[in-house]
Design a protein around this ligand. Structure first.
Ligand code: XIL
Length: 393
């Protein structure tokens, strides 16, 4: 685009690209502007100009992903799947893989120090098996969702044994049946200011940085068939130096683990996205997933949803959410190392975002592919389009 074009002229040019220009519009708009102006115009573009989110046929997300050698699935809560048959059948139709939203966390599976309760996670495993779906585990090590007894029972003398026993008990219970395990979740926090970027988490305090190695080795021993994943949040945010630092520290951690022969096999990118398009920042995402792949690791989008507080009407909000889904997934799925996409829930009726975001207009949040009535939304179309356009695996 010519440098001397006026602002209005440039805007008219961008708008005249038309609805079918798709994700390319973001790139086009951002090349022509600078800074926050850029961002505002991108947002307005999505709101004012209906984009083309059309898809061919009505094959499910599961089928579209499978057609490319990919997996699509979602997180679900046992209570919801077993109490709402309509939701359960929508889930079975759309998903090729299921991950328990909370049931495998320490709090969910180990109510007392000396008692494991596999009931709810087993029911989800049965649901997956009965509907010919894969099952994935989340998560063996996390600084959150620790049971109340944890502080009282665990100390630096017994921590290694408690951690390895826990991992072996849980991973062995599902051995051979798990597609993948999030072995360690959210271990990096640059705000904690350690040179290695590690979060000042309970396991770090108890065992030092080796807790990560210990966890992966125990998981590999307990279930040699499951793909072992390091799962992390906020790798997807591209405009803050803190997120840049986080990506750098995650890459360094993965490199360190690989060089020590720790059996980490994939990076999970949680992908809880906000309402801002990536625009010209998309190239950084492309670069990051390439660097992860160059380490010999697979990539899974593990917890995707898109939340926004935009003061717009529902149709415009849905268009924005869909645009964010398609823009993000089209980049991540371009990388052949990416093998699966999971959303953190399937329907807006059941989403953790409803507790996280208070909208000023009191309207409900709409971060997922199906609406609260289980109808497909534009976000569904956007994911479908991303699979349809993804290179074959
Ligand atoms: C969330 C669940 O969705 C909520 O139901 C629960 O109250 C808190 O945890 N990153 C993760 C997930 O790795 O385990 C979190 O799940 C969402 C953020």
């Amino acid at each position: 685009m010519p440098h001397n074009m006026t602002r209005i002229g440039r805007r008219a040019f961008v708008l005249s690209l038309g609805a079918s220009a798709g994700a390319g519009m973001f790139a086009m708009a951002s090349k022509s502007r600078r800074g926050s102006d850029d961002q505002e115009d991108q947002d307005r573009l999505t709101r004012d100009k209906p984009r083309d989110f059309s898809v061919n046929g009505d094959a499910s997300l599961r089928e579209r992903a499978a057609a490319k050698g990919l997996l699509y699935g979602a997180a679900a809560r046992e209570q919801v799947l077993t109490s709402n048959p309509d939701f359960a059948s929508a889930f079975a139709r759309e998903c090729g893989i299921l991950v328990p939203e909370n049931e495998l966390k320490w709090q969910g599976i180990r109510p007392r120090f000396d008692r494991f309760n596999f009931k709810r996670a087993d029911e989800l495993a049965d649901f997956a098996r009965d509907h010919d779906m894969l099952y994935r585990g989340h998560t063996l090590v996390w600084h959150k969702a620790l049971p109340a007894w944890f502080k009282e029972k665990v100390n630096s003398k017994n921590a290694e044994k408690i951690l390895t026993d826990h991992i072996k008990t849980v991973a062995k219970h599902y051995a051979g049946k798990m597609h993948s395990w999030d072995v360690v979740n959210e271990a990096i926090e640059v705000a904690d200011k350690r040179p290695d970027g590690l979060r000042k988490a309970p396991w770090l305090n108890l065992l030092g940085p080796d807790y990560i190695d210990i966890a992966f080795r125990a998981a590999a021993e307990a279930d040699p068939k499951a793909l072992l994943v390091y799962n992390e949040n906020q790798l997807e945010h591209y405009n803050k130096p803190r997120n840049e630092a986080k990506r750098t520290q995650v890459l360094k951690l993965l490199e360190r683990l690989k060089s020590k022969g720790v059996p980490v096999q994939a990076l999970g990118m949680q992908s809880h996205l906000g309402s801002k398009p990536l625009g010209s920042q998309g190239k950084k995402l492309r670069q990051f997933v390439k660097e992860v792949a160059d380490l010999g690791l697979k990539i899974i989008v593990t917890e995707m949803d898109v939340s926004e507080k935009l003061p717009w009407d529902v149709a415009a909000r849905d268009r924005q959410v869909a645009a964010i889904y398609e823009e993000y997934l089209s980049i991540v799925l371009d990388e052949p190392a990416t093998i699966a996409v999971m959303t953190w829930g399937l329907s807006d009726r059941y989403t953790w975002i409803s507790k996280r975001i208070q909208r000023q207009d009191g309207a409900s949040v709409r971060p997922l592919p199906l609406d609260a009535q289980l109808e497909r939304k534009l976000a569904w179309n956007a994911i479908a389009r991303a699979f349809d356009h993804a290179p074959q695996r």
